[in-house]
Design a protein around this ligand. Sequence first.
Ligand code: PMP
Length: 408
Amino acid sequence: TRVLDVAGVRADFPILERRVHGKPLVYLDNAATSQTPRQVIETLSDYYSRYNANIHRGLHTLADEATAAFEGTRETVRGFINAAEPREIVFTRGTTEAINLVANSWGRANLEAGDEVLVSLLEHHSNIVPWQLLADQLGIVVKVIPVDERGVLDMEAYRALFTERTRLVAVNHVSNAFGTVNPVREMATIAHAHGARILVDGAQAAPHQRVDVREIDADFYAFSGHKVYGPTGVGVLYGKAALLEAMPPWQGGGEMIKTVSFEAPTTFAGIPHKFEAGTPAIAEVIALGRALEWVGGVGLEAIGAWEARLLAHATAAVSRIDGLRILGTAPDKAGVLSFVVDGAHSQDIGLLIDQLGVAIRTGHHCAQPLLTQFGVDATCRASFAAYNTLEEVDVFVEALERVIGMVR
Ligand code: PMP
């Protein structure tokens, strides 16, 4: 494995030069959004400076160049997650839209009243609410895979939840609230043995570990550009070609049709364009491709190993703080440290630690059902990326101790 050159990585991120309240920025809110390397910023700027044009329909040079760069990114994404074909890659606004696409297209075509969808207690609201909406609209039943006191999925309970009405498992690869890495490959095998499909929410996995959708045997896999060093407003839905082909369109409009008529039925484009109605986030898609190349250049193994070191260092240090409880103690965890402190509100900690230049997240992390089970309505969450350093972790822990001293 390559070793990560953290100084070299940091040099790619202009924002890390910033000061906040007079202090050097220590950015530990990477699970919410990652920072953007200058190569990605330059790709956005280059697009608008040199070849901004709408794609697919134009016959002029700029449209050709934009189309080539946009479609070229499909191949980059295919390689990044080892999909079989570029047409299995659908560009969306993000993970949320990708999941809603599956719910509204695949879901409405394949589910009826009484059918069951399994989601886990670890899910982000974006992988809960679309299924609840379908439950209201179609009468499907949403069942919940429980977790143990470490925040690990109960696999016995998972197996026991299947019935002949189970049609889909919707589960995250890595939990944003606790960092738990879920055994999605094993979960896929079990789902398929029961004739069910599996959708994997990879929003928190794609930035931290190599993803191979064919090895997982995921039917659908979703992730967001802005969490993997890319821009906001763009994400990916991977779907197996045969599944995508059989699915009806979701949003209608330009780009997704073959022919439109008032006299005869409108016909639709093939995949993936059938699912990309309207002008997409062209610049952002192209820049996402650059972000994935940047990640490949640093190496996901190196990034994952470095973040594991940061997490271990931070976990050991905060464990010495009196009255601090870590939520999420799975043996297999990504770089997420969620905790609560006796006698100190998470929100107060978040506000005060910001005064010391440290950005962490506080709140329910869009995982209210999970936090409720753990008896809290908010946690503090520090989450790591390739550019964070052991020194920054020390600054964070020292700042945390100061803040706790102030509020207690
Ligand atoms: N799933 C998980 C696990 C996430 O962490 C997030 C973002 N916090 C989402 C889904 C939603 O992603 P987005 O807001 O980019 O659509």
